[in-house]
Structure formats: C-alpha cells, structure tokens
Write a protein that binds this ligand. Structure first.
Ligand code: G3H
Ligand code: 13P
Ligand code: ZN
Length: 311
C-alpha cells in the first residue's frame, strides 16, 4: 500500500472524537519504536519530518525507512512535512513522495500567510497531496522553530473562515496555549489551554480538522530517568494528558509529539550508559532507547489519542 493522505484519517477521527498522533522522526530507532507501537495497537500513523530532521537524516534515507515501516506493519501511514517555511521546501517534499505538507506562514501578515499558503495548496492539490496551514503563533524554541513568548499569539477565531476559504487548506493548526519544547509553562504556573478559542474556531468551521502543535506532555517518568542518570533538566512542564484527551474529543484530529520522543530516547541512552560505563556498542544503548519510544507511543495511542484499533 502506498502512503496515504490524512483525509480519511481526519474524517474518522473527527466523527469518532479521537485524534491521530503525528510523531516527529529523524532516525531508524525512532521510526521502528513508533511503528512497532502503532502495529501493536492497530493505530493509523502520521510520521512527520521537520526541515532540520530532513537535513540531518536526508530525504532519501527517511523515505526508505518509512517505506520499510509501512511494509513491515501494513498500517496506513501519512508522511508529513512539519513547519515548512516556504514554497520550495513544500514542493521538494511533494515531489519527493510526502503525502501531506505544512506551510507555516504564521510569522507573516494575514495577507502574506494567505498568499504563500495558497501557492502551496494549488501545487499540492494538483499532486494529490494535502496541506496544513497555521493561524496564530505557537511559542517555543527548537532547531528550526523559534518563537518567543512575546511573539506568540492566540488564533483569532474571526480570521479562520476567510483563511480556510481563501487558501483551500485541508487542516488548520491553531494556537490555544500549547508551546514547543520541554518548558511549556513557567514553574508554578497552572497549565491552561483556551478551549473557548478551539470551540469558537470549530463553530465557524464545522467538521474541519484542527491540529495541535507543541502537545507533548513532557512525561515525568522520562525526565526523572534522565536526571537520575547524569542529566540536568529542571522545570520541564508539558500539556496535561487530560487536556489532550479533551482536545481530541473536540475538533482536534492531529496531535504533534516530538519533545516526548526526544526525552524517551535520551532516557534510554543515559540510563544504559550510566549503568554500564564500559559499554560502547551503539546497539546496546539504542535498543533500550527504542523500547522507551515504543512504550511512550503505545501509551499515547491508547491512553491519550484514543486511535487504537482505528487502522
Ligand atoms: O515543531 C518543531 C518540531 O519539534 C521539530 O523540531 O526543527 O528541532 O526538528 P526541529
Ligand atoms: P512538542 O515540542 O510539544 O513535542 O511539539 C512538537 C510539534 O509541534 C512539532 O511540530
Ligand atoms: Zn510544531
């Protein structure tokens, strides 16, 4: 089976009040851990690649690894570009076999965001590929995503209909208080998401799939393992799982997870090397890292996303 688009996944997720996990990948162990968890739980999968991940692992290697995951599991897998910043990278991914791209025009003015997003949807749709747009700015810092708290801004519900109509996007990422990375809320701050904005958006776009970025929970178990084994990650706070479940019950059909994968992988590597300082076979520390990724993703699918058995 070739890779699928997210269209059918999102229709079923919307109707069934669950969400599909979109997991960021950049190496074999991540792809295997995620694919094994999805196979065990029969969950549809979105594997997403950032510009930084594509540069690190290289397009051809990633495509072959994801093809192997599809052949191995038989699952419906969509391959998605995460945070595409311009037409060129979106086109390269469309031409190179991705089935979905995000054009992230959220740093531009509304008019410029509409213009570049529309340029991408015209090309993508002509090639059978779907497009995710973004309105509102999501804070956080990662390799190729860097938005300060001051620059972050909630999505304005009164803009969404015009944006979707003018651009023809197939899904929309909105900003309701989530945040990229491991430090989503200040220490002592009560985590809060603006479900009122989500509901206002979905009232204006009935049946339309909404995407949540910055949605890692920063699962304490993995932070603790990292810190017990020589790491020093202080004050990490993620999105509470009950809020993600609530979002999935509403119009959110795609939940993005990268930070939790990084933490699980790092926990496995640190723990193994700390327990066995003389170890220098990468397989010996990458296998436990892969096992932690599998356990993490299994838990997300069954206990947070609710997409188990939906493949
Ligand atoms: O939202 C951003 C993703 O977590 C990708 O991060 O650009 O560091 O690969 P990255
Ligand atoms: P996290 O940093 O919360 O995992 O978010 C990932 C993301 O939104 C990728 O686009
Ligand atoms: Zn993101």
């Amino acid at each position: 089976m070739p890779f699928v688009t997210t269209t059918g996944m999102f229709q079923s997720a919307y109707a069934g009040a669950y969400a599909i996990g979109a997991f960021n990948v950049n190496n074999m162990e991540l792809i295997q851990g995620i694919a094994d968890a999805a196979a065990e739980t029969r969950a549809p999968l979105i594997l997403q690649v950032s510009a930084g991940a594509r540069k690190y692992a290289r397009h051809e290697y990633l495509m072959k690894l994801i093809e192997a995951a599809e052949a191995d599991t038989g699952l419906p897998i969509a391959v998605h570009l995460d945070h595409g910043e311009d037409f060129e990278i979106c086109k390269a991914c469309i031409d190179g076999g991705f089935t979905s791209v995000m054009i992230d025009g959220s740093k531009h003015t509304f008019a410029e965001n509409v213009r570049i997003t529309r340029e991408v949807t015209e090309y993508a749709h002509a090639h059978g590929v779907v497009v995710e747009g973004e309105l509102g700015r999501i804070a956080g810092i990662e390799d190729d995503v860097n938005v300060s708290d001051e620059d972050a801004g909630y999505t304005m519900p009164d803009e969404v209909e015009e944006f979707v109509t003018k651009t023809g996007v197939d899904s929309l990422a909105i900003s309701i208080g989530t945040n990229h990375g491991a430090f989503k809320f200040k220490p002592g701050q009560t985590p809060r998401l603006r479900f009122d904005i989500l509901d206002e958006v979905s009232a204006r776009l009935p049946g339309f799939p909404i995407v949540l970025h910055g949605a890692s929970s920063v699962v304490p178990k993995y932070v603790e393992i990292i810190n017990k084994n020589g790491g020093a990650i202080a004050d990490a706070v993620g999105i509470p799982e009950d809020m993600l479940r609530e979002a999935a019950r509403r119009a959110v059909c795609k939940i993005n997870i990268d930070t939790d994968l990084r933490l699980a992988m790092t926990a496995g590597v640190r723990e193994t090397l700390n327990n066995s300082p003389a170890e220098f076979d990468p397989r010996k520390y990458l296998a436990p890292a892969r096992d932690y990724v599998r356990a993490l993703v299994r838990d997300k699918i069954v206990n947070v996303l609710g997409c188990d058995g939906k493949a």
